[in-house]
Design a protein around this ligand. Structure first.
Ligand SMILES: [Zn+2]
Length: 110
């Protein structure tokens, strides 16, 4: 499976299907058939092209959402996966850092 979103096209000249990257499927774009080399031009006013253009747009949107999800997942993971310090002194230093970040305990007033 490819990572890039694709659209399946049917050549109106030789009736063979082929796949192109979804970002190429835009109104007015020209795409050559890899089988017969006929150039097809996407016309948004033709229902059969409209359908392909819409599907390609949906595939691009889905891909963007996948990337955003993946990014936020990676960010969240990076925050929790700070490696354990290897030596004890470093561990103690970090624990002190953590303690210093806590608000100081409230003192009772006599
Ligand atoms: Zn063709």
């Amino acid at each position: 499976m490819s990572a890039l979103p694709h659209a399946s096209l049917l050549c109106p000249n030789c009736y063979q299907d082929f796949r192109v990257a979804a970002w190429r499927v835009l109104p007015g774009a020209e795409i050559g058939c890899p089988h017969c080399h006929q150039i097809m031009r996407f016309d948004a006013s033709k229902p059969e092209h409209r359908h392909t253009i819409d599907r390609a747009r949906a595939a691009r949107k889905k891909q963007r959402e996948r990337i955003e999800n993946h990014k936020s997942l990676l960010t969240a993971r990076a925050e929790v996966s700070r490696p354990m310090p290897e030596d004890l002194e470093e561990l103690v230093r970090r624990l002190r850092e953590l303690l210093a970040m806590d608000p100081p305990p409230e003192r009772r007033r006599g």
